[in-house]
Design a protein around this ligand. Structure first.
Ligand SMILES: [Zn+2]
Length: 349
């Protein structure tokens, strides 16, 4: 006999009111709601407890590639906390930039398909389907590929090492357990770092700060969704493998990585509400029909969230700015139409 708790907690989720659930009224009400909701997300995730620091950007190296230059940079995101990232500089920059945060199982080396990295080599099947970051750079975009906290060169002591297993691991459990005592979260820390990366990009002479996008898969889709929800400087966003009802995907699938969990989130909003916060800025959602992270009811746990987001775009007569692309596969990046999406919305002005 087992006397478990999680099923009752899932029912409690259903009884719980989400204080910042979006209800469409008009544009003015949406704008007022969006600002309040962003402030609340920054509060519960601990973004507003992060400490400002001089960016101290340093370029450490550059390597010519086919059609672009791969630069290696660091910036300071909080006092004594540094974030390394690759910056892909296109031969002919188009004035726009895209941040590509990675998901679990790799760091920035996975984003740039660096098969010399033991972790990326071990996951070759995952990364060998073409390189979206390279494709973007060859299309003229400046592309920023950072390490998330706890991954890649930002792994904490317990996960460091050069074995494939070490490179594909992360320190999200340790970071969450320490962060939570400050009222913070891993996603809050990660989004703060990405906001500092936007600061850096906005200062680059060949980048127009009104043309900065973000695109990611899985944990990268999570970071993209959060960043675009709280930082209006993201002018277009692509989230893949991370847009579904939280009850099925995070409460029922309670063993997901600790970076998915934020104090008081279940009392605040669902994922469709986060999508509604991005409106009317263009949003591209990619879902895999067989993605197990959609939750037990699959796409039926995705559609209502997309509809919540769509209700916000409708207020602006901007339904064409919300694109939902469904592929027949599982938890994977396909990216069909994503470069066209950025071309349409970041280059049109
Ligand atoms: Zn994680």
């Amino acid at each position: 006999m087992y006397y478990t708790s999680l099923e009752a907690m899932a029912r409690k989720y259903e009884r719980t009111e989400r204080q910042y659930a979006f209800h469409p009224v008009d544009q003015a009400a949406h704008e007022a709601w969006r600002k309040e909701a962003a402030a609340r997300l920054k509060e519960i995730s601990g973004i507003d407890q992060c400490e400002a620091a001089d960016l101290r950007p340093v370029k450490h190296s550059e390597v010519p590639m086919d059609g672009f230059v791969k630069e290696y940079w660091t910036i300071q995101t909080e006092p004594d906390i540094y974030m390394p990232f690759y910056l892909l500089r296109p031969g002919s920059p188009n004035g726009a930039a895209v941040i590509v945060p990675h998901g679990h199982g790799s760091g920035k080396e996975g984003t740039v398909s660096d098969f010399d990295n033991p972790g990326v080599a071990a996951m070759r099947q995952w990364f060998d389907k073409g390189c979206f970051a390279h494709d973007l750079a060859r299309a003229g975009y400046t592309v920023a590929c950072p390490d998330e906290r706890g991954s890649g060169e930002r792994r904490e002591a317990g996960q460091q090492g050069d074995s494939p297993e070490a490179w594909t691991s992360n320190s999200h459990r340790e970071l969450l357990q320490v962060a939570i005592g400050f009222g913070q979260s891993v996603i809050g820390l990660a989004v703060w770092d990405l906001m500092r990366l936007v600061d850096f990009l906005a200062e680059q002479p060949d980048i127009d700060e009104t043309r900065i996008g973000c695109a990611g898969m899985s944990g990268g889709g999570q970071q993209t969704l959060w960043l675009a929800a709280v930082d209006e400087r993201i002018s277009a966003a692509v989230t893949s493998g991370y847009f579904y009802g939280m009850k099925e995907s995070l409460v029922v699938l309670a063993a997901n990585c600790p970076c998915n969990f934020v104090p008081n989130m279940w009392r605040t909003m669902d994922m469709g509400d986060m999508g509604a916060m991005i409106a009317p800025r263009p949003l591209f959602i990619e879902s895999g029909e067989k993605d197990g992270l959609n939750g037990p009811s699959g796409l039926l746990n995705v559609y209502p969230q997309v509809e919540t987001a769509r209700s916000a775009f409708r207020l602006y007569g901007a339904q064409d700015r919300l694109q939902h692309s469904i592929h027949p596969g599982g938890h994977q990046w396909v990216g069909a139409g994503v470069i066209e999406f950025f071309d349409k919305w970041l280059l049109r002005k």
